[in-house]
Design a protein. Structure first.
Lengths: 167, 559
């Protein structure tokens, strides 16, 4: 069992996300993370799904995904050279000057940005892979994380290889 | 200018549709108004579930796409069991539903249900059409998707205003373009060569043939392939008819109620060639002990079926008709596997299907044999689900594909009668029988209204044991004979038939079976036979759920 990052190219049509996610729940898969957005081709979208399972299970889910008419291409990025990123925002309690300074120090180390400062809290934004984000979360927890939001992982293959409609 | 409803009817005609099974209602009024003077034949069923099953039966008997039509909300929801039945057995059906106007979608309007959402897991694809101009393209795509690749049902949901709006002649696409849908038809040459090598090396080969042979009209290729190299064939419930039952290479059905010799052959074969079959649990029993000594070649059009339940040595994705043709071309006639043939012959001789014949009781198996005797395979036999289905599968001698129609995957009680109605419109030239139980016939008994109205000559043969027989059998064998809610009070089915204007006979003795069957066949219209059978007769042999398939109850002692 390991995390697999699937990149799915789909027709940008109503209901397509529900077809894809419905298939996961129906076949007993838990989605770890999900990110969707338009892509380089106007009438298509790209979905990145992280799912945990053994290789045979993931292969089965990919085959089932391929059967959906609106799914154009499915790739498992996991065993390929790739770049994976996630964007996270933390709203952290910061009502004292000293704490605020400490938080800002952590932000610098992690190359996070402070995108909002209030009287009692700050919002940090950070982009990175899962390890980096988890490490930062651990450090910030001591100050009190009021709210945390993550976009879900997105991934792209290194080099000239692509997950596109042309085969 | 044309209305959406008119465009829909024209689109259906372009697809060659001749018959629609349906039921009107508020949101499909515009479509029904068009049907009023359309050349399309519309059969009014008595419940939408029957419309879906009839379209399915039509499709299975003809090999063409079946069409059903229902209104929004309850009408659409009533189609669901029928659509799921077609989905599980890969049957090409296009279901058309009315929907509330686009302006009211999502508003909990009167008779609104999200049928696109509801049917997502049970359709190959579905559409909610929001623009009248899309109708020709959507209908074209729906028929293409339903009828190609691994076939299956497609639903088109049409809001009322989409049907009433008039537009200038809409564009009809020249061909279907679907970027995400490209079924593989031709088998990979290298894999086919590998398969041929395995076949050459095999000493105990066996073909396990499923419904995919029927769907792809590959029976001639299958029989040629098997006879060229002398490989015995066992068929699944869905594959029955792909090779004549009395063909020397045919071992009959395998699995839970398969023949002993088919299950023995699976257990002992050293090469299993699965063709258009999907290693269903009712076939394999305990999967780890299914074909434990065999290398496996799996030919299927659906890549997702390969390796799903059973590890495969040679996967071949493609249309089984095309793959078999390639394999026939690549195979040289080889010497027969004498020892294996002898072993199988021995099993066939010492482990035949059997039942308690000569004690004067009315046995369901005897009725099926008599039916076979009378019809000589020249008929379409549809079944309900349960004991009636298994007895028919075991004892009727099917000789042609598409003459055996049954709900295999979903196991839908109430399927048979409406499916038989559909089958009649596909095959008006032969008698159509629905072999039913007293439980399942009551699930869609209202269709007597349909067959009476149109004088559809479907013959209903009820194997009446006043039980939900298959469930009772399990209770007898595995639940200490605690018959919890499986006994049904007697029903005078002949009187019900008469109330609809249908003739029928109650049969209580084995001496009267043939006369009654002849009366049914000789009658021009529908006919009902109420056979009062031995009440606690079981379907044997039987593999208990989760057991290995060579561990059967009710078999002969192993010699």
């Amino acid at each position: 069992m390991k995390a697999h990052t699937l990149s799915i190219l789909v027709e940008n049509k109503a209901g397509v996300l529900s077809r894809v996610t419905g298939l996961f729940s129906r076949r007993g898969f838990n989605i770890e993370s999900l990110a969707v957005g338009p892509c380089e081709e106007q009438d298509m979208s790209r979905i990145t799904i992280v799912v945990i399972g053994d290789d045979a299970q993931v292969e089965q889910v990919m085959k089932q995904l391929n059967k959906l008419i609106d799914v154009i291409k499915v790739s498992d990025l996991t065993d390929n050279e790739r770049v994976e990123r996630e964007l996270v925002m933390f709203k952290v309690t910061a009502d004292q000057g000293t704490i605020r300074a400490e938080i800002m120090q952590i932000a610098t180390i992690f190359r996070a940005q402070i995108v909002d400062v209030g009287a009692k809290s700050v919002i940090l934004q950070v982009v990175g892979d899962t390890d980096k984000i988890n490490a930062m979360e651990k450090l910030l927890r001591q100050f009190g994380i009021k709210e945390l939001i993550r976009t879900g992982r997105i991934g792209i293959l290194r080099g000239t290889k692509t997950v596109t409609s042309s085969k | 200018m044309k209305t959406g409803a008119k465009i829909l009817i024209e689109s259906l005609q372009r697809e060659g549709v001749d018959t629609i099974f349906g039921y009107p209602g508020g949101s499909v009024l515009p479509i029904y108004d068009e049907l009023y003077d359309s050349p399309l034949r519309h059969i009014l069923v008595r419940h939408e579930q029957a419309a879906a099953h009839a379209a399915d039966g039509y499709a299975r008997a003809s090999g063409r796409v079946g069409v059903c039509l229902a209104t929004s909300g309850p009408g659409a929801c009533n189609l669901v069991t029928g659509i799921a039945t077609a989905y599980m057995d890969s049957v090409p059906v296009v279901a058309i539903t009315g929907q509330v106007p686009t302006t009211m979608l999502g508003n909990d309007a009167f008779q609104e249900s999200d049928i696109q959402g509801i049917t997502m897991p049970i359709t190959k694809h579905n559409y909610l059409v929001k623009d009248t101009a899309e109708i020709p393209r959507v209908v074209q795509e729906a028929f293409y998707i339903a009828g190609t690749g691994r076939q299956g049902p497609v639903l088109i949901d049409l809001p009322k205003d989409v049907n009433t709006r008039s537009i200038k002649d809409p564009v009809v696409p020249e061909k279907v373009v679907l970027r995400g849908y490209n079924p593989t038809y031709k088998g990979n040459k290298r894999q086919i060569d590998r398969a041929i090598e395995l076949i050459k090396e095999a000493e105990r080969p066996l073909i396990y043939a499923g419904g995919g042979i029927i769907s792809s009209n590959a029976s001639p290729e299958l029989v040629e392939f098997a006879t060229k190299i002398g490989i015995p064939i066992t068929t699944t419930l869905m594959g029955i008819g792909c090779i004549p039952c009395d063909h020397p290479l045919n071992l009959g059905m395998l699995g839970m109620h398969g023949t002993e010799y088919a299950n023995f052959a699976v257990t002992e074969c050293d090469l299993l060639i699965a063709i258009g079959a999907r290693f269903d649990d009712r076939v394999t029993g305990k999967i780890d002990t299914f074909a434990p000594r065999a290398k496996v070649i799996h030919i299927d059009i659906d890549p997702a079926e390969i390796g799903k339940n059973k590890r495969v040595d040679v996967p071949i994705v493609g249309d089984v008709k095309s793959v078999l043709a390639d394999m026939i071309a690549g195979l040289k006639k080889t010497g027969a596997c004498d020892a294996w043939d002898k072993k199988i012959l021995h099993w066939k001789q010492h482990h035949p299907l059997r039942y308690g014949k000569d004690d004067g009781c009315l046995y369901p198996q005897f009725i099926i044999q008599q039916m076979n005797e009378l019809l000589k395979g020249d008929a379409v036999i549809v079944s309900e689900v349960g004991q009636n289905q298994m007895w028919t599968a075991q004892y009727f001698c099917f000789r042609q594909p598409r003459t055996w129609i049954t709900s295999g995957g979903l196991g839908t009680m109430g399927y048979g009668f409406p499916a038989a109605i559909g089958a009649h419109f596909a095959r008006p030239d032969v008698p159509v029988f629905d072999v039913a139980g007293d439980g399942s016939i009551q699930m869609n008994i209202q269709e007597m209204g349909t067959v009476a109205q149109y004088k559809i000559p479907v013959k209903i043969a009820i194997l009446n044991n006043m039980y939900l027989g298959m469930v009772r059998q399990w209770q007898e064998l595995f639940y200490d004979r605690r018959y919890s809610f499986t006994e049904l009070p007697p029903v005078e089915f002949v009187k019900i038939a008469q109330a609809y204007g249908i003739d029928g006979i109650k049969v209580e003795s084995s001496d009267d079976v043939m006369t009654a069957l002849k009366a049914a066949v000789d009658c021009d219209g529908p006919f009902l036979l109420d056979f009062r059978i031995e009440r606690e007769e079981n379907v044997f042999p039987m593999v208990p759920a989760g057991a290995a398939i060579n561990e059967m109850i009710g078999g002969h002692p192993r010699s």
